[in-house]
Design a protein around this ligand. Sequence first.
Ligand SMILES: C[S@@+](CC[C@H](N)C(=O)[O-])C[C@H]1O[C@@H](n2cnc3c(N)ncnc32)[C@H](O)[C@@H]1O
Length: 261
Amino acid sequence: MAKFIVTTARKSDLTTENFAEEISKKLGGQFVRREDLSFDALKKIHGAEDILLVKKNSLSVVTSDGELFFHPNTAHLRIKNLRGGEGDRLIDALKISEGAKVLDCTLGLGSDAITESFVAGAAGKVVALEINPLIAEIVRHGLKNFSEDSPHILEAMRRVEVINADCAEFLKNCADNSFDAVYFDPMFRRPIQKSSGLNPIRPLADNRPLTEEIVREACRVAKFRVVMKEHSGSPEFARLGFKILDGGKYSSVAFGAIDNF
Ligand SMILES: C[S@@+](CC[C@H](N)C(=O)[O-])C[C@H]1O[C@@H](n2cnc3c(N)ncnc32)[C@H](O)[C@@H]1O
């Protein structure tokens, strides 16, 4: 991972500085007092590529492409639609309902995990993995502390368990059939630039393709279904053995599933 430092906003208090120092120790990054310096100056002085910025109520990462914040993004509208009796392509693909146990192997900014958590409810469980420690930290913090949304969405956020891990390693240590469904939303082989809310995450995200071994392990761990999202027409579905699911005829993304193992 590229070198990063942890700092605060220019105007900050002792509690925030102490919190920033605590996070830097946890993540193994250097804590740097802001001293009224610009991000560019801080990066230059400390030879860092990214900055984890700690403010009173939020965490963000300053990368070469801008500032990455946690926000529920599409989860808000998707949950509203689900409550209104409409479907959701991911939920339909995962075939999950209340009480489901889901392993989301690619947390990213967490919109899919929040939606899964809403459907699984308090009786279910969503464990979400993210390989990049900075993304994992800002999303974990956001899921716990974000407060500007309806109670049912906030409750769904609070229930997501975030783990900073490589899904390849995590899956190896999971028992057979320990989740109902396992989900992958890897960075697309061919990014959809214009429509993507994911642009700010690109400099930090792990871009490696899934391997056959990861998918094999997921099939061992999932009781019912393994699902992958990719761009429509992606050769990844065939390469990894996923059957492309119907729906989203006019969409640039598709879902594939592996069943009945
Ligand atoms: C396309 S984004 C996921 C978006 C997410 N579904 C959402 O709703 O925001 C892919 C994420 O998976 C992460 N990732 C890629 N490979 C991974 C791996 N082997 N283990 C865990 N996370 C991984 C990337 O760093 C990136 O943050």
